[in-house]
Write a protein that binds this ligand. Structure first.
Ligand SMILES: NC(=O)c1ccc[n+]([C@@H]2O[C@H](COP(=O)([O-])OP(=O)(O)OC[C@H]3O[C@@H](n4cnc5c(N)ncnc54)[C@H](OP(=O)(O)O)[C@@H]3O)[C@@H](O)[C@H]2O)c1
Length: 494
């Protein structure tokens, strides 16, 4: 029993007894394959003093995990991942129970580092509340802050710069291209592996030109010389190897390089390694007075929390543009081995495996234009615009050309909104629980919409509507009875 002076720990409904998590079974020789990982059922952990029990909603799939499988990497900010260990990484979790005295409340969303499992116990001090309402919780898993810090602190992007981003279709590259553009870059060149991705990087992510790194394509140096004939001012490097060498050759005097990742080593299909040795022309570096800076962010910072630049928020919230994950169906398999169902991109990204841990909704259908989304939800494009305008549906992302793009999650939400309206709730009622609609099971009301007024001041919308319907039924029944009685007492006609 807690003493009267001590606040009682808070909790939502009882969690299930078991939880699933993904563990490393064996260290892969090449890229991870399904047999290197296992989904294991385990008891839901009991929070100790000061710990929060979380139900994960989304978690990250990221390439550095491959690098730390086995003995890990010296000086890396991530610990080694050994057989038997549960995978880890940034995640968005919903508070199930919080310790006494915590400011966290059941239902709050927080970011933390215990991904790849359904339920996690995390010290309260390591839970960062999301707070500020980006339209999609997955947006908080964005790499926007890392890309922004690397572009500004690392490379000092200036208006008019020609910026080259290697690995442009990855989560950092998707963000870096858009942010460079918003920071005033005059020309943005990227690199990727397929023509389809290149086309979409140009059409939707603001790249001016994209180089292809395929075996049958021209050498990257030749392509870069054509794409940036006057040379490059900034190189945002996710890849290393041949692309770094080509960037040195194409650099203008005084160019700034920020080295962020080493994908050519990390995700080498032949021999993945955290190391990416490359031979560059050091004399060119000297003559051109190049500034080459390594960049390491302090781990993933939740976008939308404390002091995040508005530019980053805008892009991370999907106000920039993205390629749908379908653009490279093999990517998630290469990165994670087992992640197929439920993978999605964080808004404003492409190629990012963000996994919906709880609802496992299959979003691999990619983005839909308004007509298709409306048809899928059984309504009209006009209705979708109306719902958006009235706050029932978050504003969707837009393509460069300004077209709205919807996901299957949006479609589910529209279906739910229609169902609630058909059940007699008003637009105002539905807007009153708009923040909770996504928590709703396919066939139920959002828990908090259906809760009693005693549990939350904004709750009880459904109860109030039921009471109004009951009152209306009573009024109509009484009217009917009076009419029937009148008919019985009336003289027969004819
Ligand atoms: N310094 C930091 O603070 C920091 C923070 C986060 C991440 N990182 C690092 O930044 C890099 C990018 O991370 P990310 O999250 O953007 O990765 P990601 O979303 O997983 O993207 C991976 C990209 O790698 C490309 N790729 C796959 N195999 C490759 C290969 N053999 N050679 C060249 N490219 C290959 C793919 O693009 P295409 O097939 O289209 O080329 C894919 O889009 C990684 O090295 C990561 O570890 C650094």
């Amino acid at each position: 029993m807690t003493s009267p002076s001590q606040p009682t720990p808070t909790s939502t409904s009882t969690p299930p007894r078991t939880s699933r998590e993904v563990r490393l079974v064996s260290v892969p020789d090449t890229l991870p394959r399904p047999e290197n990982l296992a989904v294991v059922e385990t008891p839901v952990p009991e929070p100790a003093a000061g710990e929060v029990l979380l139900r994960n909603r989304f978690f990250h799939v990221f390439p550095a995990l491959r690098s730390v499988m086995g003995d890990g990497v010296q000086d890396a900010p991530l610990p080694p991942l050994r057989p038997g260990d549960t995978l880890f990484g940034a995640a968005i979790g919903e508070v199930v129970s919080a310790p006494a005295g915590s400011t966290l409340r059941p239902g709050d969303l927080v970011s933390h580092w215990h991904g790849w499992r359904e339920y996690a116990v995390v010290p309260a001090s390591e839970c960062v509340p999301l707070g500020d309402g980006l339209p999609d919780p997955a947006a908080h898993l964005s790499q926007g802050s890392t890309a922004y810090d690397a572009l500004t602190d690392g490379a000092d992007v200036r208006p008019g710069d020609t910026v080259f981003v290697s690995g442009a279709a990855g989560s950092l590259g998707s963000m870096a291209g858009q942010l460079a553009r918003l920071l005033g870059a005059g020309r943005v060149v990227g690199s990727t592996s397929t023509r389809a991705k290149a086309d979409r990087l140009v059409a939707e992510l603001g790249y001016d030109a994209v180089l292809l790194r395929g075996r049958d394509d021209d050498p990257i140096a030749d392509q870069l010389a054509k794409a940036a004939p006057d040379g490059i001012d900034v190189f945002f490097d996710n890849v290393g190897g041949e692309q770094l060498r080509a960037a040195v050759a194409a650099a203008r005097p005084g160019a700034r390089f920020v080295l962020v990742g080493a994908l050519s080593g990390q995700l080498s299909p032949v021999r993945p390694s955290p190391h990416a040795p490359v031979e560059i022309d050091s004399f060119a570096v000297i003559l051109k007075r190049l500034r080459i800076r390594g960049f390491s962010g302090a781990g993933l910072r939740a976008v939308g929390t404390g002091g995040m630049d508005r530019t980053v928020r805008r892009v991370a919230a999907g106000r920039g543009h993205h390629l749908p994950p379908r653009s490279d169906p093999g990517h998630r398999k290469r990165s994670a081995g087992v992640v197929r169902r439920g993978s999605r991109q964080a808004p404003g990204h492409c190629d990012r495996g963000v996994v919906g841990a709880a609802d496992a909704q299959d979003l691999d259908g990619g983005a839909m234009r308004i007509g298709d989304a409306a048809a899928a939800a059984g309504t009209t494009a006009r209705a979708l615009r109306f719902y958006e305008q009235r706050g029932l549906l978050p504003a969707p992302t837009r393509t460069m050309a300004g077209y709205r793009e919807y996901t299957s999650r949006d479609v589910s939400r529209v279906r739910l909104v229609r169902e609630l309206l058909a059940l007699g709730l008003t637009v105002e009622d539905v807007r009153g629980c708009a923040d909770w609609l996504d928590e709703c099971a396919a066939d139920g009301l959002p828990k908090r919409c259906a809760a009693t007024a005693a549990t939350s001041e904004r709750a009880g919308i459904a109860e109030r509507r039921l009471a109004a319907l009951d009152a209306e039924i009573a009024r109509l029944t009484e009217t009917r009875d009076r009419l029937a009685a009148r008919m019985n007492t009336s003289a027969p006609v004819g």
